[in-house]
Every structure is written in C-alpha cells, then in structure tokens.
Design a binder for this molecule. Structure first.
Ligand code: MCA
Ligand code: AMP
Length: 490
C-alpha cells in the first residue's frame, strides 16, 4: 500500500496542523512525528491521551508512521470506563502532552511526551526543520491503525479495530465525494478520540496534503474567524450547527464567513431540517450530511457536486455497497422513498473486528454484510434517508453514542438508588438528552440530580452524565418484569 500520508513523505513545507498559536507544516510534522515514531516503533499498542491539542495529533501520526496501533483515550473518561479500555486494549506505552497528569492506571505505563515546542518556533521558516528520519516500511493494509471504543446497548464499550486499509479507503472516498484537495483548509472543534474528529478531521487533511485548524473548544466566534481567514471547510456535529443556526440572526460576520466556505459538512447524528433551513436562509449555503459509524467509517454522503437535500445523507460512497433489509432478512429492492429497512454495508471501509470479542464481531455481520442498526428509506434517485434506529437503548447526545445500560449499571451502584432506567429525550440542542428515571432507596431522601450526575461522571465519560433526573415510586414493568421504557415519558 502507498503511504498513509504522502505529503509527509514528500516533505511539503505547506501548513498541516494548527491548534491555537501552535502550528506545524507537513515537513515539520514529518520531523517531530518521525522522531517520536522511531522511539515507539516495536511497541505492541500505544494509548494516546487525546486532549484537543497539537500533541495528540503528533502522537497519533507518530504511531501510524511506526505501524503501532493507537488507542485514543477520552481525557474526560471516568475510572470504570478507563480501566476497561486500558485492561481490554493493554497498551504498553502512553503518549501525552508534557506536564499532563495522568490517572494512575495510565501513569503506571511507560510514558512519552508529545512535546512539540522545539519545532513550533520554526513554523513559517521553510526548510528550518531538521530532516525527518526515514520512515519505517509501510505496514500491511490489514494491519490495525486504530482501536476506537464505542458504546453498545449493554455492557462496556467495545474496541473497534480499524485497519489502515479502512482509513485510507474512507478518506479517499471522501476526496472523491467532496472534491477534497490539498488546497482545502479545514476548521473544526471535534474531540480527538472518535472517528469524526480524529480520522476525518485530522488524518483527512493530512492524507490530502492540506491543513486543519482545530479550535480547541467549539464556539461560533472561532468558526467565523477561521472561515473568514482562509479556512474552506467546516466539519461539525448537529449540535454545533444548531448553535450556529441560533447565533446567525445576531451575527452578520458569522453569516458572511459561512457564505464564503467551500463546504459545510454535518455528521454523527441527524441535522434537523429546521437548522438546515435556518442556515440556508441566513447564508445562502446548504450544509451537506454524511453518514458513518465507528465500525464502518463513512458510508454515504451528499456529494459536493450533488444536490443537497435536508434530511438525506446522500448516496453510497465509492467502494461502499449498501442495502436495506426487511425484518425477515430479505434485501429490499425498492427505491420508493417509503419502504423502511435496516442499513447493511460492505466494503473496504469496514473494521476488522471488535477487540477480544469474537462473539460480538460475529453477531454484527449478516453473511458478510455489517448490520448498522440504522433504519432508512431510499429515494428514487438513490439518496438515503435515515428514519430511526433499531435499538431503543442507544442514545445519541451531542453526536456521542451512549448505551443506556452502561449508565443504568453505574446508577444502580449508588446507595441511594433502588431502581434505575435511562432514556433519551428529544433535545433541541443535543438531539437527545440523557434522562435518568430513579426509584430512590429512601423515598423521603432521594439523591440529588447533581449527586447522581457526579457519580456517573466519576465512572464513565463526562458526556454520559444524566442531564435530567426524574423520581418515581416504581418503574413501569410488563408481566415478565421487564422495564417498559416506552412508558417513561416526561
Ligand atoms: C454536560 N455538562 C454537565 C452535564 N452534561 N454538567 C453537569 N451535569 C451534566 N449532566 C457540562 C459539560 O461537561 C460542560 O462543562 C458544560 O456542561 C457545557 O457543555 P457544552 O460544552 O456547552 O456542551 P457539551 O454538551 O458539553 O458539548 C457539546 C458538544 C459536544 C461540543 C457538541 O457534545 C461534542 O463535542 N460533541 C462531539 C461528539 C463527536 O465527536 N461525536 C463523534 C462520534 P465543561 O465545559 O466543564 O466540560 S460519532 C462518529 O465518530 C461517527 C463515525 C460519525 O458518523 O461521525
Ligand atoms: P458511532 O458509533 O458513535 O460512530 O455513531 C454511529 C451512528 O451515528 C450511526 O449508526 C447513526 O445512527 C448515527 N449517524 C452518523 N451520521 C449520521 C447522520 N448524518 N444522520 C443520522 N445519523 C447519523
């Protein structure tokens, strides 16, 4: 296979990464990441403490250059989730920004700092970077590139093993769909421990030989600033576009900046039609949606040269086969904008396996097709419209996938909780918000919502904390004793 990052190999002096006032050209990145790669080469697996910083990007690129599989870790993960991820993926080494204090389970591993200060002062001085060490031979396309943890309906998150072939295939299919070139400058503020922010948002521009400016933290002011000073593309989750839509009425500079962008892309969850329309009305520009999943990377997109359509995620990307399957398991032939089936996909963009979970890997496939669990219809011209999800116990909040069962298990361990159920409720900003339904151990002394949120946050990632807590005397159950979640409505 050709190198994952041809522009690094070519030593291009054009900008590659910018985080605030820290920046690296492709040549500089080749130097720092190459030096780090030489130090980690041979490690079986490396964890990256994925703060939204330049060091994280350098660490991930270094590991990919060295052919060492990367486990990105959410720095806001709680104790139980972190213990699971570290035990399950057993990294021998952790990469983190210099000075960052790591939790004990990671502090116990060998550590390398992703220190880039020595190189950043050279930014803007072409050729000033020391020559990059020669990269090791390119690993096989099937070699694991990243292991990304994703929540399921029950149990702890599963490690999705993504081979180098899937990363290259998905980024090249997006090059085609979005006419993505080395002239593009991406701006985003996505976290760097998931596919969207890390693979699309950092590795994407690097593979194209273009650049990315990361905002560190999402804000409409940062989006406006970058899009009006050379950035050409914006990636975001629907919550970010919702916040942009809200801000547009009072922010002509933001409207002007969006109008000038080449491409506005939304994904990770459905962008409501209302937000699509508000952005179009204020800017004359249409946000395009793409549909993906940790296990499959990207499956469909509205093409840059295609017709944007609110509520649709476009057509299958190059190389991706997509079918809809009915309840009996039969493929649906109709493109009638009406018949609903589960989306199943096949192609070079797919993961290899769930780490240490052959049972789950096998269950995820239907005769070689990956079952996404997403329900959709197809318009006559092939556009896919996602209409729902098979599992009611999966919540999408702020673009994060969250399993209800994982939160319930933690809530049930709180001494003040007798019974617990977790649901997602529609939320204008987050898409869905996490709601905990609690039967307190003592009716007259229920634990407070803040206490329960803190209890969940200590064990799991901070975005898994319930935003609302409702107290009941008993949970609604059917004759079999199963909780009837559909009866839990606020
Ligand atoms: C949140 N806060 C809380 C609670 N929940 N405090 C107390 N109790 C709670 N229950 C805190 C937050 O930690 C934060 O504090 C503060 O409230 C305000 O939050 P804010 O930043 O305004 O919003 P947010 O809700 O924390 O974040 C919104 C967001 C974020 C920025 C849109 O959800 C986000 O980054 N989403 C991206 C998800 C993503 O990348 N998904 C991709 C995976 P503090 O400021 O102190 O922290 S899906 C994927 O990869 C597939 C392949 C795909 O298709 O893309
Ligand atoms: P994750 O496993 O966190 O990677 O989330 C993948 C899920 O996000 C998919 O199975 C879909 O349910 C959802 N998703 C991603 N992109 C979109 C989109 N553009 N529209 C609707 N849902 C989406």
């Amino acid at each position: 296979m050709s190198p994952l990052f041809p522009a690094l190999a070519a030593g291009s002096t054009r900008p590659a990464l910018q985080f605030g006032d820290q920046a690296l050209s492709h040549a500089e990145l080749a130097t720092v990441a190459g030096a780090l790669a030489a130090r980690i080469a041979g490690a079986p697996r490396v964890a990256v403490w994925a703060t939204p910083t330049l060091g994280t990007a350098v660490g991930v690129v270094a590991a990919l250059l060295a052919g060492v599989p990367v486990v990105p870790v959410n720095p806001k993960t709680g104790e139980r989730e972190l213990t699971h991820i570290v035990t399950d993926s057993s990294p021998t080494l952790v990469l983190a920004e210099r000075g960052v204090e790591l939790p004990p389970i990671l502090a116990a591993l060998a550590r390398l700092d992703t220190d880039v200060t020595e190189v950043t002062h050279l930014t803007g001085v072409p050729g000033a970077a020391a020559p990059a060490p020669p990269p090791p031979a390119e690993p096989s396309p099937e070699a694991p590139a990243l292991i990304v943890y994703t929540s399921g309906t029950t149990g702890p998150p599963k490690g999705v093993v993504l081979p180098r072939r899937a990363v290259a295939a998905t980024l090249d299919a997006l090059e085609d769909a979005w006419q993505w070139t080395d002239a593009d400058v991406l701006v985003h503020a996505l976290p760097l421990f998931h596919v969207h922010g890390l693979i699309l948002g950092i590795l994407g521009p690097l593979r194209r030989g273009g650049s990315v400016r990361h905002l560190g933290r999402f804000g409409t002011d940062g989006v406006a600033r970058e899009l009006s000073s050379g950035a050409t593309m914006l990636f975001g989750v629907p919550t970010m576009y919702h916040r942009i839509a809200e801000a547009l009425a009072d922010d002509p500079a933001l409207a002007k900046a969006l109008t000038g962008a080449r491409l506005l892309v939304s994904g990770s969850a459905a962008l409501p039609v209302h937000d699509h329309e508000r952005i179009a009305a204020a800017t004359g520009r249409r946000v395009i949606e793409r549909y993906g999943m940790t296990e499959t990377l990207m499956n469909t997109s509205v093409r840059a040269d295609g017709e944007p359509r609110a509520g649709a995620v476009g057509v299958p990307l190059a190389g991706v086969e997509l079918r809809l399957v009915d309840e009996s398991g039969a493929a649906i032939a109709a493109y009638d904008g009406d018949t609903v089936g589960e989306i199943q996909v096949r192609g070079p963009n797919l993961f290899t396996e769930y780490l240490n979970r052959p049972d789950a890997t096998e269950a995820a496939f239907d005769d070689g097709w990956f079952r996404t669990g997403d329900m959709a219809i197809r318009d006559p011209d092939g556009y896919v419209r996602i209409v729902g999800r098979k599992a009611t116990d999966l919540i999408k909040s702020g673009g994060y996938k969250i399993g209800a069962g994982e939160i319930e298990n933690v809530l049930l361990e709180h001494p003040g909780v007798r019974e617990a159920a977790v649901t997602g409720e529609p939320d204008e900003d987050l898409g869905e918000r996490i709601v905990a339904w609690i039967v307190p151990a003592q009716a007259d002394a229920p634990p407070s919502a803040e206490e329960l949120a803190a209890h969940v946050g200590a064990q799991l990632a901070s975005h898994k904390r319930p935003r609302t807590v409702r107290y009941l005397e008993a949970l609604p159950r059917n004759d079999m004793g199963k909780i009837m979640k559909r009866a839990l409505r606020g």
